[in-house]
Ligand binder design. Structure first.
Ligand SMILES: Nc1ncnc2c1ncn2[C@@H]1O[C@H](COP(=O)(O)OP(=O)(O)OP(=O)(O)O)[C@@H](O)[C@H]1O
Ligand SMILES: [Mg+2]
Length: 333
């Protein structure tokens, strides 16, 4: 029998996670890099530079700047002091020369402070529009501060990058997600188990929006949020399914392994792509010599590429079983 080490105890880790967590109290934005702490300091000292927030989706960029805007301006001032433009608004060169320029160049009714222009999803702005912003940003710095938000920094022209203080919003880890998740669960009175929380965090890939969306869908669909319900809700294989698959691949004969995995796939409606992603995490823990593991990983990568390219799933599943059989045969030699 080949052995795979899968589950490590997470209980002791969990206790530590709670203690280390920092949740910026006044914005409710979980922050790993310390970015929101620095922005908070800027605001408290009335020294806000132009800002550039970038990073993957669902990590709190838009939430952070909206929280800052709420801190900077009273609700009555909000409409006249903040201009928020996102991908659903026109932000071509015409709008930069028109709407943005007129907002930036007009004075404020309130003596102190500056206006705020939030350009969300700015990676969709054309280079011409970004170029047109260069002069406006410099000329009206006294009057207005810009906050540019994007997913891909490379889509923002270097000249704009150099005018802004950059903050990278990394994917959130469990330490940052957990307190926020627990807060939402408490407020909404949701029945959730510890393994349900863990499943949500694992599936999210560091995207808080995804955590909340899957939480809501699971709660609506099943009532209770448990590990099984979370995985079934998104159609993702359960850890126990993956463990079974690995055991079949390592210990069953070719046809038996193929038909068992195929039956499971059909019964639970699993996609080969999802199986491969999870499988990859376990392959490194198999007790094969390095050279065999290397061969196996290369084959898994090829199968994943072919599956993504739309090749026949049955053929790719055969290829997967073959790859493991091959590795076992070489190991026996
Ligand atoms: N760091 C965080 N702390 C607390 N909640 C968060 C955090 N990040 C995201 N969220 C939650 O996820 C939702 C989406 O976040 P937000 O719109 O700020 O993401 P974003 O970084 O702007 O993503 P995108 O790049 O897709 O626009 C928010 O409504 C909030 O509930
Ligand atoms: Mg956003």
């Amino acid at each position: 029998m080949y052995k795979v080490y899968i589950h490590q105890s997470t209980e002791s880790k969990r206790v530590r996670l709670r203690r280390d967590t920092r949740d910026t109290p006044d914005t409710g934005v979980a922050d790993g890099s310390g970015g929101t702490y620095i922005v908070n300091k800027f605001i408290n000292e009335h020294q806000l530079p132009h800002l550039l927030f970038y990073g993957p989706p669902g990590t709190g960029k838009t939430s952070t700047i909206l929280a800052c805007a709420k801190k900077l301006f009273k609700p009555a001032q909000f409409n006249s002091m903040v201009l928020e433009l996102n991908a659903s608004d026109d932000r071509g060169i015409g709008s930069v020369r028109g709407q943005i320029l007129s907002f930036a160049s007009t004075g404020t009714m309130y003596k102190s402070g500056f206006k705020l222009i939030i350009l969300d999803e700015a990676d969709a702005m054309t280079n011409d529009a970004q170029n047109a912003l260069r002069r406006i940003m410099e000329k009206y710095t006294e009057n207005v501060r810009f906050c540019i938000i994007c997913n891909y920094l490379s889509k923002i022209i270097p000249a704009l990058q150099s005018r802004c203080t950059k903050f990278r919003f990394g994917s959130l880890n469990s330490e940052q997600i957990l307190p926020r998740l627990e807060h939402v669960v408490k407020e909404e009175n949701i029945k959730i188990t510890e393994d349900g929380k863990r499943a949500l965090m694992e599936l999210s890939g560091g995207d808080m929006r995804k955590v909340l969306n899957v939480l809501q869908s699971t709660w609506l669909a099943f009532g209770d949020v448990t590990e099984t319900n979370v995985y079934s809700c998104v159609g993702h294989p359960l850890p126990i399914d993956i463990k079974n698959i690995v055991n079949w691949l390592l210990n069953e004969q070719y046809f038996s392994a193929y038909s068992k995995i195929n039956d499971l796939k059909i019964k639970k409606g699993l996609a080969l792509q999802d199986i491969l992603t999870q499988l990859h995490l376990l392959v490194n823990k198999i007790e094969f010599p390095d050279n065999i593991i290397m061969e196996l990983i290369i084959k898994l990568a090829q199968i994943e590429k072919q599956t993504a390219a739309g090749c026949n799933e049955a053929v790719q599943l055969n290829a997967l079983v073959s790859a493991f059989q091959n590795a076992r045969d070489i190991e026996k030699m």
